[in-house]
Ligand binder design. Structure first.
Ligand SMILES: Cc1ncc(COP(=O)(O)O)c(C=O)c1O
Length: 351
């Protein structure tokens, strides 16, 4: 605490990101990054833009990138908002669409930034417990509330929900915004983007950090009815007009245009995921079915916290959440085949 902090900063409870260690080389399975390099077209575009034009501000409206993104998803550019990572898009969405008098619903076990944003915006969270097997209780999101946020698939469990459930939630909340965070949708889930034409209350949030292997340039999108996008632009332009730099704008555009490259990578990651699950089950792990580039695992004998520390000693980083209901679990990002083989080999040794 500092006496210089205002009341707002005093009551913040900041998010704690997964570590990006510098002390030694690790097999990094802790922050759901893509183990493969970004599209070479994206890297070339960034290199070509790194010249004297950097003295100029970037396009505040990200017009070219929004047009590319709209075309890719079968939308119009006025249905696309671009932000500095999807975290920023989510933060702006909480600020734009939710109000203190009406609680915003999200799950007890979900992306922990939602609670941080709710606190930042002085919103009341309505925490909905997932069922015993971490399934989403759809009915609970259909009760009256002041907005809904659901990641599909969920983090850190990896469980997806079908479009029919999202439709139900959208229909039960016609006057509230329903945010579907699709950070991990390209690893086997079903996107809500086709529903945007039918539901003006739907906002799909996407990132280039996972599927597109570009966590380092910080680009995320919101896709939805143009009135929602206009609301986000009002908020953004009251905060910072230039949230996306010149290098990120061109890199993101080239990445979206090289989808064939990424589709191939995502198939490799899904294949590695299924192989890893088989191997883990053979050594006594229970694995929650995953539609993401990570898995959520627990062992009937070995405590997760011990495994976390032992793996770290062996140069392997995974994510452990010391929280109610999930303190027996580890969240493990799917790396390359070689990385996952080493992960399983080290686990065998430890166990
Ligand atoms: C569910 C979910 N949403 C959003 C994000 C944020 O991604 P970014 O800000 O890199 O776009 C993450 C990152 O881990 C996530 O797990």
């Amino acid at each position: 605490m500092s006496r210089y902090w205002n009341e707002r900063v005093q009551r913040l409870e900041p998010y704690v990101p997964g570590e990006q260690p510098k002390d030694r080389r690790y097999i990094k399975l802790n922050t759901n990054e893509n183990p493969y390099p970004p599209s070479s077209r994206a890297i070339d575009a960034i290199k070509q833009a790194a010249d004297k034009r950097l003295r100029l501000y970037p396009d505040p409206n990200a017009d070219e990138l929004r047009t590319t993104c709209a075309k890719h998803f079968g939308l119009r550019p006025d249905q696309v908002f671009v932000g500095n990572g999807s975290d920023e898009v989510l933060a702006f969405s909480f600020m734009s669409f939710f109000s203190p008098e009406n609680p915003v619903a999200f799950a007890d076990i979900t992306y922990s930034f939602y609670k941080v944003y709710a606190n930042l915006c002085q919103l009341q969270p309505k925490i909905v417990p997932l069922d015993a097997d971490f399934q989403l209780p759809v009915e609970a999101f259909c009760e009256p509330n002041g907005g809904v946020v659901i990641p599909n698939p969920n983090a850190p469990t990896g469980r997806g929900i079908p479009l029919s459930s999202v439709r139900k939630i959208l229909e039960a909340n016609p006057d509230q915004v329903v945010i579907v965070d699709e950070a991990y949708i390209d690893f086997g889930g079903e996107s809500v983007i086709p529903l945007i034409h039918d539901y003006p209350n739907l906002l799909a949030v996407r990132t280039l950090s996972k599927y597109s292997s570009l966590a380092g340039i910080r680009v995320g999108f919101a896709l939805g009815h143009k009135e929602l996008i206009e609301g986000l632009n009002r908020l953004k332009n009251s905060f910072n007009s230039y949230t996306i730099d010149r290098l990120a704008l061109v890199g993101a555009k080239a990445a979206i245009e090289d989808d064939a490259y990424y589709r191939d990578l995502s198939q490799r990651i899904m294949d590695t995921r299924e192989r890893t699950i088989e191997q883990l089950e053979r050594i006594g792990f229970h694995v929650i079915p995953s539609q993401a580039n990570f898995i959520f695992i627990t062992h009937r004998e070995a405590p997760a916290e011990t495994l976390f520390h032992e793996l770290r000693k062996h140069g392997i980083l995974v994510r452990y959440f010391n929280q109610p209901r999930i303190s027996d679990y580890l969240r493990v990002t799917i790396g390359t085949d070689e990385e996952m083989e080493q992960f399983v080999a080290v686990l065998k040794q430890i166990i």
